[in-house]
Design a protein around this ligand. Structure first.
Ligand code: NAD
Ligand code: ZN
Length: 381
């Protein structure tokens, strides 16, 4: 099969690899029809993780089931399914509680597994013609009839829509709340959309990319352009000096200052400054236990100078980590089915798999107009 393989920093290539296949009785084999590039892929693409060369990337996958293992009961050949980026077993202590992002079975010795992801188990990604899905009955979200017409909406259920939603859950967003969101990438935009869904009274989205901020405005959010570095002041002004009720971090450890230099503690400390006393903070942007490629000494060891004194004094709360996609994807899919939301509004490009290397390059540069790429294996140029 054809697949997108990681060769090394900023070097990916579509090439022939052995076909994905059923390896265990509980596996399902999926022919991929849509697979997105994610901001998480960029941390790997840039060589800022310990991703092994030769591995297939891609954790935001949707396709048709073409084979099921002998122990699969529920999922049938021909079902169209969307796969959460996390691989859960369904029966461990965490999966039982809906915390499938921290499954204790799928990546032994660690909490959490995913497709084509550094440090999250040996599983191949879905930026390929076929994908092996472990624990198929648990992991497949079977899509309703007619899902083909909304394929680019449904594929967002694999990660960024539930992840944006998770950010608002971690932050405790309730109807009437004001919410500040750092990052207007796909995840930040989905957090803004989720906060709006939950009835937030004011949503502010901070970034420096004007094209992305315009998308936030289309949603009815207030765009905070931090190009001049005065975003914090603007948020305090808008909230009467108190700060927002809730805040979401949707950028991660490679966040930048106005000069585009990486300052890993910037968004976290800005959140402490712009969320009100006793407010909630949800952090879904990725932070890593080690970052040898960082310039910052602390960041090399996965640490940061965090304004903990201010955080404590303000009595703020914080939730962090990978999104438990399974906990939300079924309900969010109904909103798509009934036309209540249309997450595909952030998609800027739908491209054949062959064009993945140029898509990575452009998305990595945050080139104007490249917000979210959906790759289409099986469709040629
Ligand atoms: P992205 O990289 O396209 O978006 C990040 C945005 O943040 C960019 O638009 C960038 O300009 C902006 N930004 C950079 N520095 C900033 C700052 N100081 N203040 C405000 N904005 C700033 O990626 P994405 O796909 O939206 O993903 C965002 C983060 O979420 C990544 O770290 C990704 O790995 C992570 N993620 C986490 C989960 C999870 O389950 N927790 C799932 C998916 C993605
Ligand atoms: Zn992702």
């Amino acid at each position: 099969m054809k697949a997108l393989v990681y060769n090394g920093p900023r070097d990916v290539q579509v090439r022939d690899v052995p076909d994905a296949r059923i390896e265990r009785a509980t596996d399902v084999l999926v022919k991929i029809s849509s697979t997105n590039i994610c901001g998480s892929d960029l941390h790997m693409y840039e060589g800022r993780t310990d991703m092994e060369p030769g591995r297939i990337l891609g954790h935001e996958n949707l396709g048709e089931v073409i084979e099921v293992g002998p122990a699969v009961d529920r999922v049938k050949v021909g079902d169209r399914v969307c796969l959460p980026f996390n691989i859960g077993c369904g029966f461990c202590e965490h999966c039982e509680k809906g915390l499938s992002g921290f499954c204790l079975t799928a990546n032994p010795g660690n909490a959490g597994a995913a497709y084509g992801f550094a440090g999250m188990g040996p599983y191949s990604g879905g930026q390929a013609e076929y994908l092996r899905v472990p624990y198929g009955d648990f992991n497949c979200l079977v899509l309703p009839r007619g899902s083909e017409e909304k394929e680019t909406d449904y594929v967002m259920l694999s990660d960024i829509f539930p992840t944006g939603y998770h950010a608002t859950e971690l932050a405790g967003v309730k109807p009437g709340d004001s919410v500040v969101i750092y990052g207007a990438g796909p995840v930040g935009l989905m957090a803004a959309s989720s906060a709006t869904l939950k009835g937030a009274s004011m949503v502010m989205v901070v970034d420096t990319h004007k094209d992305r901020l315009q998308l936030a405005e289309k949603l009815g959010a207030i765009a905070i352009d931090d190009t001049e570095g005065n975003g914090v002041e603007r948020i305090l002004e808008l909230t009467g000096g108190k700060g927002a009720d809730c805040g979401c971090e949707c950028v991660g450890y490679q966040c930048c200052n106005m000069h585009r230099e990486e300052v890993p503690n910037l968004t976290m400390n800005n959140l402490v400054a712009t969320v009100k006393a006793t407010g909630g903070i949800g952090v879904v942007g990725v932070f890593v236990p080690e970052d040898p490629g960082a310039r910052d000494k602390l960041e090399k060891r996965g640490q940061m100078a965090f304004d903990f004194g201010q955080f404590w004094f303000k009595g703020q709360k914080m939730g962090t980590g990978q999104a438990n996609v399974k906990a939300y994807n079924r309900l969010l899919s109904r909103l798509i089915e009934k036309d209540k939301v249309k997450p595909s509004w952030i998609v800027s490009h739908e491209l054949p798999l062959e064009q993945a290397p140029e898509a990575y390059e452009n998305f990595d540069k945050r080139k104007t107009g490249w917000t979210k790429v959906v790759l289409k294996p099986g469709k040629s140029k």
